[in-house]
Unconditional design. Structure first.
Ligand code: MN3
Length: 224
């Protein structure tokens, strides 16, 4: 290697490294795998985070590397602008970008709750559902109506209220230009090991581990 080659190689190195760095990475789970026991078991969390979520991240990165024009875009802008994503990777971005965004939020929505919703969120909940218990009941009931794999969402509405919606597969409210406040995964992979086909039992358990501190903070941000 000549001196000139070396200088050229070194000059290209940062760009090369940057080009090879994955666009998206699996976020660390913000608590231990067994933190949600007995409501959500450690083995489910381990596989759900380490295998399922990891696969969405890996497949999203594959789609991005096939379409360099997408590099550097945020997940939210990819999802809310799916029609601008080249058709060759649109389905991959929809499924895997949705999967990444949905799970990233889901891990944060869960936790070991210490208290209930803060004042601002409590007000919105009471306005739209009457009480937190009624919101939880409605989340459970709506979760049962999702046919096959999907999600249940709580989304802030204009006027200060909230509403519940569902999505199939890994679709996200972002795809319709709405910002999800909280989401509950009702794919079988979220509960099958512990609850088998009993989605109702899983839903009853998972609403008990909603991290209302996080959801209250997020509500404040989204409605600011
Ligand atoms: Mn899942």
């Amino acid at each position: 290697m000549t001196r000139r080659d070396l200088i050229t190689a070194l000059a290209g190195a940062p760009a090369l490294l940057q080009a090879q760095a994955p666009a998206f990475t699996l976020p660390k789970l913000p608590y231990a795998f067994d933190a949600l026991e007995p409501h959500v078991d450690a083995q489910t969390m381990q596989i759900h985070h380490g295998k399922h979520h990891q696969a969405y991240v890996d497949n999203l990165n594959k789609a991005i590397s096939a379409e360099p024009s997408l590099r550097g875009k945020s997940l939210e802008s990819l999802l809310s602008g799916l029609q601008q994503v080249p058709e060759s990777v649109r389905t991959a971005v929809r499924n895997n970008g949705g999967g990444h965004a949905n799970h990233d939020l889901f891990w944060k929505v869960l936790g070991s709750p210490k208290g209930g919703p803060a004042a601002g969120l409590a007000q919105a909940i009471n306005k739209s559902f009457g009480s937190r218990e009624q919101l939880e009941d409605k989340l459970r009931a709506t979760g049962l109506t999702v046919f096959g794999s999907g999600w249940v969402w709580v989304v802030p509405e204009a006027g200060g209220g909230l509403r519940i919606e569902t999505s199939p597969n890994q679709d996200s409210p972002w795809m319709a230009g709405r910002k999800p406040l909280l989401g509950l995964d009702v794919w079988e992979h979220a509960y099958y090991l512990k609850y088998q086909n009993r989605r109702a039992d899983y839903l009853a358990a998972v609403v008990k581990v909603i991290n209302w501190d996080f959801v209250s903070d997020r509500h404040r941000e989204l409605t600011r």
